[in-house]
Design a binder for this molecule. Structure first.
Ligand SMILES: Nc1ncnc2c1ncn2[C@@H]1O[C@H](COP(=O)(O)OP(=O)(O)O)[C@@H](O)[C@H]1O
Ligand SMILES: [Mg+2]
Length: 326
């Protein structure tokens, strides 16, 4: 299943992504993690030191390789240059699996050892000032979107994306690529306003959105979130001394995480697992095509000089039954 963590900067997206990833790894579950947050801290939150985090290969620098691999022998995609972030897979495309090894993982993924098991981590790479404009920014998160659109993941495999709740993910359709989206919100007006904006976009696309309250202290905080978010509030997490110790560079063993926080993570996993059962891959493809055509018309056709709508393979549905060509 595919899981996104979104929210306001500083709300705790990266912290909760990393805890969730650790809790999955502790049970031996296969995990593929993406850091697509503007502030690239997931590696550090997973215990890498500064030098290791700085040495992570950036997906944004390896887009031609990623595109060339994924398009495979798909006759509808003439070249990597004509493949944009929304280009959907079709007959002949190469698909990714969580557990395999492949040239994309070889080039972009680092194996991170955690208590209980190892996970694969891929990062978009640092966002420069120019990336916060339109086109280049897209290419950073676009690398993640291409991978998600070509990924076949089963019910016992977890893909976790730490990402920014920005307008770019709404324009590209990235926000529709997940079985479930956890919106991390502090009990503040700004935390909740990000939720409202997300909810507005999500409503029309059937995005499964659940709020995880973070840094929640006492009844007042809880009442505030309940009042503002209603039934979308799944669970809350309080201040964690475990997280503090980790931030000091001394991560305790994961089994020493506070009970209440562990229960919150367990509940999140239960909800994730049941979201997978609701998955509708035909809708997933329709949405992929919808955003591709929209992006083609608004900038892609002009940029590439070809009619990108012709890349759509009308009969193709991504799913477990599709086998990737060798
Ligand atoms: N539950 C928590 N307990 C203690 N510290 C936390 C908790 N959640 C977040 N933090 C701290 O708050 C800061 C911002 O969190 P971070 O996960 O980096 O936010 P984001 O990724 O949303 O920008 C970090 O220093 C992090 O360690
Ligand atoms: Mg972050």
């Amino acid at each position: 299943m595919k899981i996104a963590f979104v929210g306001k900067g500083g709300s705790g997206k990266t912290t909760l992504s990393s805890l969730f990833i650790r809790s999955l790894a502790a049970t031996g579950a296969p995990v593929l993690a993406f850091d697509a947050d503007i502030n690239q801290h997931l590696g550090t939150a997973l215990g890498l030191d500064d030098a290791e985090a700085a040495a992570l290969p950036a997906m944004g620098d390896r887009l031609p390789l990623i595109k060339d691999h994924l398009r495979g022998s798909n006759p509808r995609i003439a070249s990597a240059e004509t493949m944009i972030k929304t280009t959907p897979p079709g007959e002949g495309s190469r698909l990714l699996r969580v557990r395999e090894s492949n040239p994309v993982y070889d080039a972009c993924a680092k194996t991170v050892e955690l208590d209980g098991g190892a996970v694969r981590l891929m990062v978009t790479g640092r966002f420069s000032d120019a990336d916060l404009g339109v086109a280049c920014y897209h290419s950073k998160t676009g690398a993640v979107e291409l991978c998600l659109n070509h990924l076949v993941d089963g019910p016992d495999e977890y893909v976790v994306v730490d990402m920014t709740a920005g307008s770019d993910s709404f324009a590209s359709g990235l926000f529709t690529r997940f079985d479930i989206t956890f919106l991390v919100a502090e009990p503040t007006r700004r935390g909740v306003s990000v939720y409202r904006q997300y909810k507005d976009y999500a409503r029309d696309f059937g995005v499964e959105l659940r709020v995880v309250g973070n840094k929640v202290q006492g009844h007042d905080d809880l009442d505030f979130l309940r009042a503002e978010v209603g039934d979308d509030l799944l669970v809350t997490v309080g201040h964690s001394d475990w997280v503090r110790a980790m931030e000091k560079g001394r991560p305790p063993r994961f089994d020493l995480l506070e009970d209440a926080n562990r229960h919150a993570l367990d509940l999140m996993r239960t909800v994730v697992d049941s979201a997978y059962e609701q998955r509708d891959m035909e809708r997933y493809m329709r949405q992929m095509v919808h955003f591709h055509v929209k992006n083609a018309e608004s900038w892609g056709n002009e940029r590439t000089g070809v009619d990108l709508a012709a890349q759509v393979d009308p009969g193709f549905v991504l799913g477990e039954s599709v086998t990737a060509p060798a």
